[in-house]
Design a protein. Sequence first.
Length: 378
Amino acid sequence: MRILLVNWQDNDNPLAGGAEIHMHEIFGRLARRGHTVSLLCGGWPGCAPRARIDDMEVRRVGTRATFGALAYPYFRREFAAGPWDILLEDVNKMPLYTPLWGGNVRRVVALVPHLFGSTAFVALPAPLAAAVWLSERPLGSVYRRVPFEAISESTRDDLVARGIPRANVEVIYPGIDVQGYTPDVASRDPNPVFAYLGRLKKYKGVHIVIRAFARMRNRRASLSIAGAGDYRDELERLARSLDLADRVRFLGRISEPEKLALLRRAWGLVFASPKEGWGITNLEAAACATPVVASNSPGIRESVRDGETGFLVPHGDTQAMAAAMDRLADSPALVEKLGQQARRFAESFTWERAADETERHLARLIHPDALGGGGKTV
């Protein structure tokens, strides 16, 4: 297959996040299997306009601020002649309306981690939030005949609610590196340690985690917060106001080895976002045999099995979250039991499986009669 990807960023971008990891893990594998894969994306000041990453050709135009305006003209000039079997748009910020782009393209496909909806007004300044919210409104009409790949049932439900036919949406769960993220029981801290890993943005709900931690009965427990973002100062002020400065540590941005060490050391990962596409960090913790305490929110509830790999609590209920954390802090045996179950759950979510399912789905779209019941093709 000849596949053209369109995304706001590539994996080398300093602002890259989960959407970029997801795209490169899957389509890098497809490129190595012999498919031709090119990526049109935004750049950053001083970046090279062309690169080769994960066996994919990468073309960069503009920046995060200007890519939305420059992507279509660049496509018409450089890529429209094709031919392309698939033009796949990763709709993870503002939609680019690629179904209207035309060109020598057999099928346009949309990949959606999650949609912001009204949560944009929590995550972004009001003018930008309004722009994102408004940009999502035409999805049901512009993309109605487009096949979708969603990373969770929650995202599929969101798309259906916006007017996309359910039959047009294929759910393909992301993967994790189950060889890299592994348990190490000897690394577990002797005292209860809880961890948060992710961006320090208001919409991520880290303030809920801190308030829940303050309500715990167990005073031996500590909380390590890893990540960077513009909400850090506010979170540090909150911790001080709750007299938690000696038990809440802000680690800042950490390396992958430090992340692995923290997940292995922790008695539980705590996550309180109101909405996620999936929650890859929850599965990374599970792969390390570390239970998760999380909000029972769209997306998240699919990456945590309540009572089996951790605990789900009503979003914003700090008392319920504190009680779940206390259950873990009071019982190393429970931590071990949930951790073992979590590891088994995580082992079924590999990037190879995600790449296989993506490859089969795209092949069916361009050769609907060739595969019959499904199967691998190039």
